[in-house]
Design a protein around this ligand. Structure first.
Ligand SMILES: Nc1ncnc2c1ncn2[C@@H]1O[C@H](COP(=O)(O)OP(=O)(O)O)[C@@H](O)[C@H]1O
Ligand SMILES: [Mg+2]
Length: 240
């Protein structure tokens, strides 16, 4: 579905004045309509990989394909139009903007109550309580995250990217977020996470390490590897 062919991302390191690779010669395939977790220790390039797929940053060499289409020279908007969506850590908060406004903007239509209800119900929120609410500090971290997810779903893409959805929410909200991801079918979901619960729900796991070795495989094959002493030694790889 999303294929990386010899992808590299190289930057100028300000400290040493030399070029350094953040991602080096990475080739892999994210399977279509499957739920893949990207994990690996801090600094292994997980967020960079998500940004490269979305087009927030551009590959310095190699190719990214969506199906048969080469997308690595396309802008974020062009990739969004092809159905790639990223859910940000925090939804945009503007004074006066309601949940319904944001769902309308995302779906590029006038979302009527039943539609809004459908997106909000998918993320476990009761539409009647939320459509007319403004996004402000009265919403909890868990509520904001679910609204962000509803907005991502309203965009209607086939590929959903998420970077550490566990950040900033309580355990209870996190548990229901995991259930929501599990229920999302017919989408290619790619999530960066260290959370055991999310990892256990995935179809595939991609393990990145700082030497830029990447291994992707079915969860059953990958779990023993994640639990190996070498991986454990990387520290903080999996949070229970
Ligand atoms: N533009 C950049 N310039 C220099 N270093 C960068 C840049 N972007 C990322 N890095 C470094 O690359 C490494 C990988 O970053 P990141 O993808 O954020 O890791 P992860 O999300 O796995 O923790 C980190 O050490 C980070 O500091
Ligand atoms: Mg990161």
């Amino acid at each position: 579905m999303i294929k990386l062919k010899n992808v590299s991302y190289k930057v100028m390191d300000k400290e040493t004045g030399k070029e350094k690779y953040i991602v080096k010669d990475l080739s892999l395939d994210f399977p279509k309509n499957k739920f893949t977790i990207i994990t690996g220790h801090n600094g292994s390039g997980k967020s960079t990989l998500i940004k490269l797929i979305m087009g927030v940053i551009q590959t310095t060499s190699g190719e990214i394909l969506l199906g048969e289409k080469k997308i690595n020279s396309l802008s974020v908007d062009e990739r969004a139009n092809l159905g790639i969506t990223i859910a940000f850590q925090q939804p945009v908060k503007f004074k006066g903007l309601t949940v319904r406004d944001l769902l309308n903007l995302a779906s590029k239509s006038t979302t009527n109550i039943p539609d809004a209800c459908e997106f909000l119900a998918k993320v476990g929120l009761c539409a009647k309580d939320y459509v007319d609410r403004e996004l402000d500090d009265r919403l909890s971290g868990g509520e904001l995250k679910r609204i962000e997810l509803a907005i991502a779903l309203a965009k209607g893409g086939d590929v959903l990217l998420f970077d550490e959805p566990e950040a900033g929410i309580d355990l209870w909200s996190f548990d229901s977020l995991v259930d929501i991801f599990k229920k999302l079918k017919n989408k290619t979901i790619i999530i960066v996470s260290h959370q055991k619960k999310l990892i256990d729900s995935a179809d595939y796991i991609l393990l990145l390490d700082s030497t830029n070795d990447a291994i992707i495989g079915k969860k059953k094959e990958m779990l023993p590897l994640l639990n190996s002493p070498k991986c454990r030694k990387l520290g903080g790889l999996i949070n229970d």
